[in-house]
Design a protein around this ligand. Structure first.
Ligand code: 13P
Ligand code: SF4
Length: 302
């Protein structure tokens, strides 16, 4: 029996669902029941009727699924698939920042630990960051941990944004020169970039979108060529879903090694052995859930 059939059989036996992020390896995306961006994955985790969720992404995504679904078993095939940006803020350092700005609300990017979410008023993803910030009553917003997303939001809102100094090492590898070089060769191509990119890269974009926002935009656009400024795993779906269109990665170096740790073998082991179970202490889970629920209520922005 091949890996795909084995996974299919195990999923049925365990009443399991596989959720995968748009940056996963192509074969992991192909075996998943749902592939999406962080916002779509959070929504799917809530609406699925499965007993077991195998999460193919990074730590904070599986943790969010566990926060939202206390009655379900959430499994991560590879525990070392951790987002470095999420590690750039701790609950303690956020508490200190809150003391400095007592009148400010805290909006945390979903790329954070459950403990940081528990210290925040609301979460957001790249698909709804501006919408979430604008939904807040407070005029001052502490925005953590991605400074690039914070700067992008600041340029598109009346609110005063207090950015944290975190960043995504993968999106930082996309440089303005990469976009300009590709633009010279593909003059009619539209430039789509993720808001985790440096501001100098965002300034060169025709559209700034989440990963699923890029998929939707590329499918609906009459343009035939696109330069893609995000992790290269997204090209798998872009190419598959748009056979007549051309997608050029801004740089082939934009690879997130953590996202690539999940494999078909890892999924089989996760389902067979029931590992690795993601659990969040109940006091943190309840407070983090408030921030995630609020984000889901605000809805998707792009
Ligand atoms: P989205 O798919 O939500 O745009 O997120 C990108 C990302 O880097 C997740 O870690
Ligand atoms: Fe974290 Fe960046 Fe990898 Fe997303 S692409 S998981 S933000 S390191």
């Amino acid at each position: 029996m091949n890996d795909f059939d084995r996974i299919k059989r195990l999923k049925k036996e365990k009443n399991a669902i596989i959720l995968a992020h748009n940056y996963q390896r192509g074969d992991v995306q192909d075996v998943a029941d749902f592939v999406g961006d962080s916002f779509g994955l959070s929504q799917k985790a809530v609406s699925s009727g499965a007993d077991v969720i195998v999460f193919c992404g990074v730590d904070f995504m599986a943790e969010s699924a566990a926060v939202l679904n206390p009655g379900k078993t959430v499994l991560m095939p590879e525990l070392s698939a951790q987002c470095p940006m999420a590690g750039m803020i701790t609950p303690g350092s956020l508490k200190l920042e809150k003391e400095k700005h007592p009148g400010a609300a805290v909006v945390c990017y979903v790329n954070t630990s459950a403990a940081v979410k528990a210290e925040s008023d609301v979460c957001c993803t790249s698909a709804n960051a501006i919408k979430v910030v604008n939904s807040m009553e407070e005029d001052e917003i502490i925005f953590v941990p991605d400074r690039n997303l914070a700067l992008y939001v600041a340029a598109n809102t009346e609110k005063k944004i207090i950015p944290w100094n975190g960043y995504c090492p993968t999106h930082h590898l996309i440089l303005p020169g990469d976009i300009l070089l590709e633009k010279e060769e593909h003059q009619d191509a539209l430039v789509l970039v993720h808001p985790e990119c440096r501001p100098e890269v965002v300034a060169l974009a025709d559209k700034v979108l989440s990963t699923s926002g890029m998929l939707k935009y590329a499918a609906q656009s009459s343009s035939k060529e696109f330069i893609i400024g995000t992790e290269i795993g997204l090209l798998h779906r872009l190419n598959r879903e748009n056979p007549g269109k051309k997608f050029i990665p801004a740089t082939r170096y934009a690879v997130c090694p953590n996202m690539k740790m999940n494999t078909l073998g890892g999924i089989i082991r996760a389902l067979e052995r029931g590992e690795h179970v993601i659990k969040v202490p109940e006091d943190i889970r309840k407070r983090a859930k408030l921030a995630l629920d609020r984000m889901l209520e605000v809805g998707r922005g792009d």
